[in-house]
Design a protein around this ligand. Structure first.
Ligand SMILES: *Cc1c(COP(=O)(O)O)cnc(C)c1O
Length: 224
């Protein structure tokens, strides 16, 4: 079941802050996606490759599909023909595989580099210094068929608003520093993807311009 009032409120909130709302539909039925699509929502996020491939085949072709989960290199080929933005690029090998599959499909794939700031070891991503090294390398040796559009990050799972906002600000500062130093003339480096159902307002305050919202829109997920 989709919460339409919540979608309207979130859409208005995101418009006011010039942010993009990604409706995270993972584990949810296709009808939920259609319900939001009919209201005008076009950006949807999924984090399981097989589920995304099935949904993409059945649903309207102008949906912009965001892959927001941890992506294994050997699965890139399944989403390369259509994916709009891959949020979770966390290693150079994956980046090279995305480029290879993009070339095979004669397209350029947009990606975000995932930053690991949170305390948990379970979260994937580059440290700020690693990402800086990578971006510098890409500057010297560009990879074709890839468009680096910005950063993505998740805050720690904690009740401390202080800690969460510090983490978001760290990612936003890094985003701005990279923009200034390496992407000042590239309009496509413009995305800082931070914030989920529990912390999106804080994320926007800290500079996010893309939020990924699941449970607020579609209700709690049950994993079987
Ligand atoms: C599931 C997921 C979300 C959405 O989470 P909610 O708390 O349900 O809004 C956002 N980002 C990523 C990377 C996710 O895996």
């Amino acid at each position: 079941m989709v919460n339409i009032a919540q979608w309207q409120a979130l859409t208005e909130f995101c418009n006011q802050h010039a942010a993009t709302l990604i409706a995270v539909s993972k584990t949810k039925p296709e009808q939920d996606i259609i319900d939001l699509y009919e209201l005008g929502q076009r950006d949807f996020g999924e984090n399981y490759v097989q589920e995304l491939v099935e949904k993409q085949a059945h649903l309207p072709k102008d949906i912009r599909w965001h892959f927001i989960g941890h992506l294994q290199s050997n699965k890139v080929k399944y989403i390369a023909p259509f994916v709009h933005l891959i949020h979770g690029v966390d290693n150079a090998k994956l980046l090279i595989e995305i480029a290879k599959q993009a070339a095979k499909n004669e397209r350029t794939i947009s990606v975000l580099l995932q930053i690991h700031i949170a305390q948990e070891d379970t979260k994937f991503g580059f440290s700020p210094s690693e990402v800086e090294v990578l971006v510098k390398e890409l500057q010297n040796t560009p990879i074709q068929n890839i468009r680096i559009c910005g950063l993505m990050g998740m805050a720690s799972n904690t009740d401390s608003i202080y800690q969460i906002s510090n983490e978001f600000k760290t990612i936003d500062n890094l985003f701005k520093a990279l923009k200034e130093q390496y992407f000042a003339h590239e309009d496509s480096f413009n995305t800082c993807s931070m914030g989920m159902s529990g912390d999106y307002e804080l994320a926007i305050q800290c500079g996010s311009n893309m939020v990924r919202i699941g449970s607020l829109l579609f209700g709690q997920r049950t994993y079987s």
